[in-house]
Design a protein around this ligand. Structure first.
Ligand code: RIB
Length: 328
């Protein structure tokens, strides 16, 4: 369908294009008679003014891009909600894209979003260095990393204190008598999986405890497939996130094991289902909604105040003890 132009409106109303523009932008006085003619023509033709011209004049589009790995993971859904609720209050529109934890897809989405002249980007990256992103940031493109810092790139960020969360979880497990551990972690290239493993390895060394560690991916299927094949049960299976833990629990229970009687299982994130899981999941809560809101607030500050120095915000995790772990 042919797009109605400002020229069509002027012709229909029998006025000049500048008169139509003055009515649209309220930029100069127009007689009531002419104003009514223009408004009637806009209604009759169902004219929608293009935002592009206004955006180019203002030097901003009022849109923010957000690249995440996968919206079907409730962790990301919750951070997106927090970000969008803040942005909407500040008259920004969010454009959400899923990278599927694929670096090529990430670059493609980044280039598409930049071609749409977004004012800034919230970015939860796959993990490894992204040269296209690094070059854009060098040139002053506004980015805030959310949940995952990207190695080798200096930018503002909002993350949770992953180490503190792991320390508190492992402290609880060791105090309640767990001595042998298996850690089924998420994607190897991600900041969050790496830092949780570093802390886990450090605590195991300090307490001289037996452990094995495996990188998989942050999904239910990864947990289920691992749980299906496990031979000897440790005292506790620490999982990189709640979805992995759900998969492990289901696989072990399908094999006749009891959780936590035969083995304790823990997660990370505390997505909404975890308190209702069977058994309810012991996990580390990330303030997901708040992370999204704080990251959006920081990005708007960078855009509107032209802030150049990077800023990092580290939020507090919270250990949540439920029925998937033995108490001693
Ligand atoms: O559930 C997805 C995981 O990857 C979360 O733990 C989050 O930290 C993200 O990095």
């Amino acid at each position: 369908m042919k797009r109605v132009s400002i020229k069509d409106v002027a012709r229909e109303a029998g006025v000049s294009i500048s008169t139509v523009s003055r009515v649209l932008n309220n930029s100069a006085p127009v007689s009531d008679d002419l104003k009514e003619k223009v408004e009637n023509a806009i209604k009759k033709l169902d004219y929608m003014p293009s935002n592009i011209a206004k955006s180019l004049r203002k030097g901003k589009t009022g849109t923010i891009g957000f690249i995440i790995p996968d919206i079907t993971n409730p962790f990301f859904a919750n951070i997106v909600r927090g970000a969008e609720d803040y942005l909407r209050q500040r008259d920004y529109t969010l454009i959400l894209c899923n990278s599927d934890q694929d670096e090529k897809q990430e670059v493609k989405l980044l280039e598409t979003l930049i071609s749409k002249h977004i004012d800034g980007l919230l970015f939860t990256g796959t993990g490894n260095f992204n040269p296209v992103l690094a070059e854009k940031i060098e040139r002053g493109f506004n980015v805030v990393f959310l949940d995952r810092i990207i190695q080798g790139i200096s930018a503002s960020y909002v993350i949770v204190n992953n180490s503190k969360g792991m320390y508190e979880l492992l402290d609880y497990l060791t105090v309640t008598g767990h001595k042998e551990f298996v850690f089924i972690n998420g994607n190897k290239e991600t900041f969050s999986a790496k830092i949780r493993y570093e802390t886990f390895k450090k605590v195991m060394g300090e307490k001289k405890l037996k452990f094995t560690h495996f990188y998989t991916n942050f999904s239910y299927e990864a947990g289920y497939n691992f749980g299906k094949k496990m031979k000897k049960m440790p005292d506790a299976i620490v999982c990189g996130n709640d979805l992995i833990a759900y998969g492990v629990i289901d696989a072990l229970e399908d094999r006749g094991f009891k959780i936590p009687e035969d083995v304790s299982v823990t997660g990370f994130d505390d997505i909404p289902f975890s308190k209702h899981y069977k058994p309810p999941l012991t996990t580390v809560r990330q303030p997901m909604y708040e992370m999204g809101m704080k990251a959006a607030e920081l990005l708007v500050k960078i855009i509107e105040e032209k802030q150049i120095n990077t800023e990092g915000i580290i939020l507090e995790p919270q250990l949540v003890i439920r029925g998937s772990t033995r108490r001693g």
